[in-house]
Design a protein around this ligand. Structure first.
Ligand SMILES: [Zn+2]
Length: 215
């Protein structure tokens, strides 16, 4: 299995700098725990930041983002998921998620209908981090975005248009044109989804329940 959808360079840089709110950091930390390629890029950013901090006149300096991206760009190849370390073998959720909510079997889901369940994990300043459980073959309601949505797959997978997202992949959507994720058949898809604004639904029914589900 390969991870083919990675964290963008700008998000990874902000994460390295510690400039992201908890929800975004949770999604990125979860991806990093599954993705050796992004971990390698993060290390590059951390080294650049540390070198800058170590120099005199730190306050007058700024990191040259183009140089950082050039260094990192060569390392953003699709990668094999690293073999889990021994302690990870019996878990579905990577450690950043488990530290917050336990493992998959510990989650007390709220049913949303249509084969979809959710568990809100964290809310801060309008940024909501939630787990989504989508039954095999079920589809989320078509929706656009007022803000950004990060969706990190932790189990199973989904299709969105002509793209496939499986365990380890992260989807980053920041447009208001509607899209509709559909879980792959055979296994439920479990994702960590982080949003910073209510979704835009075209259909009436999801709009009706939008406030109740805080989506
Ligand atoms: Zn990655």
């Amino acid at each position: 299995m390969k991870i083919t959808h990675h964290i963008t360079d700008d998000l990874l840089y902000l994460y390295a700098a510690g400039d992201l709110k908890f929800g975004w950091s949770l999604a990125i930390a979860t991806h990093l725990s599954l993705c050796p390629s992004c971990r390698a890029t993060l290390k590059t950013y951390e080294q650049v930041l540390a070198e800058n901090l170590a120099q005199e006149h730190v306050s007058e300096m700024s990191v040259n983002a183009d140089d950082v991206l050039a260094i990192a760009g060569s390392q953003m190849e699709p990668c094999e998921i690293a073999p889990p370390v021994q302690a990870e073998k019996n878990f579905v959720f990577p450690k950043p998620l488990r530290d917050l909510c336990g493992d998959l079997g510990d989650i007390k889901w709220s049913t949303m209908g249509g084969g979809i369940k959710q568990k809100i994990l964290h809310e801060e300043d309008g940024i909501v981090a939630r787990l989504l459980y989508i039954s095999p073959g079920a589809s989320a309601s078509a929706h656009g975005h007022n803000g950004i949505e990060l969706t990190q797959v932790v189990s199973g997978g989904f299709f969105d248009g002509d793209q496939a997202f499986e365990r380890g992949d992260i989807q980053i959507v920041a447009h208001d044109s509607p899209h509709q994720p559909i879980a792959m058949n055979g296994e439920a898809c479990v994702c960590l989804a982080v949003t910073d604004a209510p979704l835009k639904f075209r259909n009436f029914l999801p709009r009706l329940f939008q406030r109740a589900f805080r989506i």
